[in-house]
Design a protein around this ligand. Structure first.
Ligand code: ZN
Length: 244
């Protein structure tokens, strides 16, 4: 089975549509979503509708939780907080209720899927690097755990003693070694922060036992124009083009 794994769409419809077009060319069987469907971007309702129609399962992200009123946005920076308040006002009660009903962690096929951290999925901690991932391998017993949240993609494994980071460039296929659990951060569709402004997602092939991180260019200027027209913070508009 080939699965498209997306995360952190953040209301960016142009990025999500570009990823859809790319996925269409890759004979993917299904989609899963690691949360933060909304927050930051100008099209929360459209992205939520598209994700609901695409993904067989979606877990909750911290921006989803804040927009839906499950957590306070007090820990967010002022720009993110402003975007959360704007996002809540754009969504209907039924859409907010759908976000509230998302689980923070679930098992899907041979994978654990969470937004942030498998050890404490509702604590919204950040796994920023393979080195920082070492402790998290005790948080799942599936063969692979998919996470998002940091908006910076990487793939790593645990060999029983230490964390290993397979050599791979973006676009390269990582062959999963039998017996090693893997942790894959699939990056962000709608607001990448690793210095590459292109949308990011992953294709997981559970038969071939591979994970591929994919980058897709999209019409950033159009998203920025919509954000400016909506009155969203300039900092959030500008960072899209920087990939940070
Ligand atoms: Zn996010």
């Amino acid at each position: 089975m080939r699965t498209a794994v997306i995360s952190d769409v953040h209301g960016n419809l142009e990025a999500l549509e570009a990823v859809c077009r790319d996925v269409d060319r890759r004979s993917v069987d299904c989609w899963i979503c690691l949360g933060d469907v909304v927050g930051y971007g100008p099209d929360p309702a459209a992205c939520l509708a598209r994700t609901r129609s695409l993904a067989v399962c979606t877990v909750m992200g911290n921006h989803d939780a804040a927009a839906a009123g499950i957590i306070e946005a007090t820990g967010f920076n002022p720009h993110a907080r402003a975007a959360v308040a704007w996002t809540t006002a754009q969504l209907k009660e039924e859409e907010l209720e759908w976000l509230r009903r998302r689980p923070v962690s679930l098992r899907w096929e041979q994978a654990r899927i969470v937004h942030a951290d498998p050890i404490d999925p509702g604590g919204w901690g950040y796994i920023r690097s393979p080195a920082a991932a070492a402790a998290t391998f005790s948080g799942f017993d599936e063969s692979v755990c998919f996470v998002g949240h940091t908006h910076s993609p990487f793939v790593c494994a645990h060999d029983g003693t230490r964390v290993r980071e397979p050599q791979h460039d973006t676009g390269a296929v990582v062959a999963l070694r039998e017996g090693w659990p893997y942790l894959a951060n699939v990056g962000s569709v709608g607001q990448p922060r690793d210095g590459d402004c292109r949308a990011c997602y992953a294709v997981w092939d559970s038969d071939a036992e591979t994970i591929q991180l994919v980058r897709v260019p999209y019409d950033i200027e159009r998203t920025q124009q919509k954000m400016t027209a909506a009155g969203l913070p300039a900092f959030l508009v500008e960072r899209l083009a920087l990939g940070y």
